[in-house]
Every structure is written in C-alpha cells, then in structure tokens.
Design a protein around this ligand. Structure first.
Ligand SMILES: [Zn+2]
Length: 347
C-alpha cells in the first residue's frame, strides 16, 4: 500500500477487512458458556452456535451498525462479512448491507450455508444468498465449513455460485476438526473463492486466502503460516469478527509471524493488507488521512494507537475530525447496547 498525496506521507487508501462476522459485535460481555470449552469444536458449539441461534433482526441490525462504525473509526472502508442467524435468515443480508451503507462503509455479504441446522436450515441459507445476489447485492455465496456440509450441500453451494457468477466465502481448515477440507475442496474451489483461515490446509487450493492472526491465536488452532501461500494465492487480512481495526490486525499478524521466524519483516503482513484490494478494488480509491506519519510497515508495526482523522469513501467525507458524519456514534452505541442486553438475556 503506497501512500499518496504530495509530500503528505500520512494518507492511505481505505483499509479492507477480508473476513468479518458483524453479527458477533454484540457478543462481548455475553454470559459465560455452561462449561469452559476445551478445544475449537467446543468453542463453536458452546459459544458461537448458541449465539447465532439467539439473533433476531434488530440484533443483527445494531450489531452490524456498531461493527461498521468501529471499522470506520479505524480507517476500514470495506468489510467482507460472513453471516449466520439460523432463526432470522430471510432478509438478513440486506439488513447488514443497509447498516454498512448507513455508516458509510462498503460491504460484501454472504450467508453461511451449513447442515448443522437440518435440511430446511441448509435450504433457507442457500436461498438467502441467491435472493441477495440476484437482487444486486455485492457478495459471495457463503458456506460455513466442509465439516458441517455434506457432499450434496457443498455441491449445492458451488453450483449456486457458478450459476450466479459469484465466488464462495468459506472457512477452510480453521481447526483440526476441518482437516479434510483440502481434499474436499481440491478441484472444487476456484480463483474467485475466499478461503478463510487455512491453518491446517494440507494442499494448495484455488482462491484468495483470508488470514485471521488474532482469532487463530484466541482459538488456539495453531499458526496458519500464511507466507507459505505467497507464490500461489493472494493473502488478505481479516479479523474473524474481533473488531474492524486493520492496523491492529496487521500488527498482530506481524508479531505472530515474527514469533515463528525472527527474520520476518512487517512487509509480509503489510502485503496481506494490500491483498484486500483484490477483493475490494473500490476501497483503493477511498482516502484516509491518519494521525501519524509515515504510514509505513516498519513504523506501524511498533506504533499502536494510530487513528484516522478524515475518511472519504466514494468521494463522500464519512469521517471528519475523527468523528463519523453519517450517523451519530453515541446513538449507535446506545442502541447497540440495548440489543446486546436483549441478546445476553436470551443466552
Ligand atoms: Zn470466520
């Protein structure tokens, strides 16, 4: 990512979050699970698959509003989202896309197709992707992960994507539990697919890869070693739902790389940030003026707290003097807190 602007050195294009779960924004402070999860599979079962079942449309809306607001406040102008709300599927992708637009952030949406909520849940997830994309929405056909998809369901996902001329956004070998993803997707994944995590991926696949350094550490799934794909796949950076602060994610991706290899340079993690523009070329036209100069990897790897002063998306100033212009951030936070309280009481 080169800086631009005559002699400025503190402007960059908008940042891209290549893998987000805006529905998880209200999870913070949620009641503890019935027992402490012992591995990644239990984290899914005891935390995330209980949370997504409890979501309704108002929770989805304000979760997305808050997530988009927090992204914008950190200079992120494009979010590639991956959504699940098994009891509020129909229309959910429009709710998220509208929330992002209201805040002034670009979005790419998908609904995660899975067999874990039965055949009807699978079908309705597939239909939500089709409804949204045929209606002109920007996004992918979403899929959870191979280990919750039968061969038939996976074929339905890839078939729909092919029909629509879209890619598939899917979790790939995030944990040991999904170790078979490589063999399941070999010859199926295509260059326009977005493969999230790829920690335990055992062979090259077609598609772009979203690296989520902090989430992987938080789930103790191991190091994804994303630089091993440098010659074959574009790697971009995602948060996997832990906020939308891509400079922080860059910093963590760098230090995780460095932990495994003391010769690692922050230029690698910086190149992952730039990989986001393959997914979201429009964000490269957005402009962020930062509180720090110069916006270069060797500086930013060791400089927390850098913040945007002004953000312009598609020619419109959406953040001025560090404050969003299209929404009232105090109101968004208040409404999101109300919905978080409702969500937590359900849990
Ligand atoms: Zn994810």
């Amino acid at each position: 990512m080169s800086t631009n602007g005559a002699g400025a050195g503190f402007e960059t294009p908008g940042l891209v979050c290549a893998h987000h779960h805006l529905y998880s924004t209200l999870a913070r402070g949620m009641p503890a699970p019935p027992r402490v999860p012992k591995d990644f599979g239990e984290i899914l079962e005891l935390v995330w698959w209980r949370l997504d079942l409890a979501l309704d449309e108002e929770m989805i809306r304000w979760s997305a509003m808050l997530g988009a607001l927090e992204a914008l406040e950190r200079g992120t102008t494009a979010i590639v989202d991956h959504h699940a709300s098994p009891n509020a599927i129909e229309g959910s992708l429009d709710v998220i896309a509208d929330a992002c637009e209201a805040v002034g952030v670009r979005s790419s949406c998908c609904y995660e197709v899975t067999d874990r909520n039965g055949a009807d849940g699978m079908r309705r997830g597939l239909e939500e992707n089709e409804r949204f994309l045929r209606g002109g929405g920007q996004g992918f056909v979403g899929a959870h992960a191979c280990f919750t998809l039968s061969d038939e369901s996976l074929a339905a996902v890839s078939g729909l994507a092919e029909d629509l001329g879209a890619g598939v956004h899917i979790h790939v070998a995030e944990g040991e539990i999904d170790r078979a993803a490589g063999s399941r997707l070999e010859g199926v994944a295509r260059s326009d697919w977005l493969l999230a995590h790829c920690v335990h991926l055992d062979r090259p696949l077609e598609g772009r890869i979203a690296h989520n350094a902090r989430s992987n550490m938080n789930n103790a799934v191991g190091y994804a070693r994303p630089t091993r794909w440098a010659g074959s796949n574009t790697v971009a950076l995602g948060t996997d739902g832990i906020g939308g602060d891509m400079l922080e994610e860059f910093r963590i991706a760098y230090v995780r790389h460095r932990e495994s290899d003391v010769t690692a340079s922050p230029e690698s993690a910086w190149s992952f940030l730039e990989g986001g523009y393959e997914l979201f070329p429009e964000a490269h036209e957005d402009r962020v003026v930062w509180s720090y100069e110069p916006m270069e990897p060797w500086h930013l790897a060791f400089t927390p707290g850098v913040r945007p002063l002004e953000v312009t998306v598609g020619g419109e100033v959406v953040l001025s003097d560090g404050v969003p212009t299209k929404v009232d951030p105090v109101e968004v936070r208040a409404r999101a807190a109300e919905q978080a309280a409702r969500l937590h009481s359900r849990l």
